[in-house]
Design a protein around this ligand. Sequence first.
Ligand code: AHM
Ligand code: MG
Length: 338
Amino acid sequence: MENVTTLGEFIIERQQDHPGSSGEFSRLLSAIRLASKIVSQQVNKAGLLSNIVGAVGSENIQGEEQQKLDVYANDQFIKALTKRKVVCGIASEENDDFIPINSEGTYIIAMDPLDGSSNIDVNVSIGTIFSIYRRVSPVGSSVTEADFLQKGTEQLAAGYVIYGSSTMLVYTTGNGVNGFTYDPGIGVFILSHPNMTTPKAGKIYSINEGNFCKSSKGIQNYIKYAQSVDPDTNRPYSGRYIGSLVADFHRNLIKGGVYLYPSTSSAPNGKLRLLYECNPMAFIVEQAGGTATTGRKRIMEIDPAELHQRVPLVIGSAEMVDKVVEFIKEEDLEVTEG
Ligand code: AHM
Ligand code: MG
């Protein structure tokens, strides 16, 4: 195990790049690291929990009630972040309101503790997504909603954990993107993907095509474009859609591709949440050389109006995202002219 860098070492090294830093931020990242190890272990036992140890709601052998995995993940992240005392508030997909933590804390977290809920019970990759901001209200006062409603451009850090064939933690603090793979044998994350960049273009498009008839003309035309044959532009693209944002995003980040969750007639703002799904992924993709937009506006420049706000998302390789935007703009033009 010589010449490897662990996540713990990496966090300390990077902290030294910021002289005068109090180490608070590093403590926060260590809390996320700890919670993701615990959740990873539990995710790997998910089948055992529901089918052997007992269904959700029943008691296990220690007399503890079995929890749903997403509730369990939420509790673990909240517990770990609360202990570090540097966090003043948390917004989570699992909680209607934000949770005030320590009024002396400097940072706020927005998170989706276990994303990809439809895949939890069927052994398909799922993930955790997080986004970190400095509070805007004064330290010592109670955290306010305004602390959470900041633009994505204000993010200090963002990342995700993918519980896949191996568990990986990928994050950025605005200075590139680094990925760490978990070695369960020794219980550490090891730097496996330093300075991750995403190709300018790829061959993959990821969208729930079941929504085709509910989609706008622009999106329908893009799907037809992705499916048409044109060897010069590597088409037809491959359709890949897992239904777990973290897994679809992670694959496309590495291989090159575009992920879309556009507006549909039944979900005019799409499905995904701005604060803890779209913004963190947008920060990561931009740091890796890609882009993220609603089709009309850069994701990270949206002024959030509410905690659980949804926005349409087109994210991935820059040239592929641009192509989708062309189709959306073409449709806008037809609508205005017609
Ligand atoms: P969730 O937070 O309830 O898990 O929903 C978010 C998930 C994303 O991970 C995924 O990309 C998307 O929903 C899939 O939605 P759909 O089943 O509509 O395609
Ligand atoms: Mg989610």
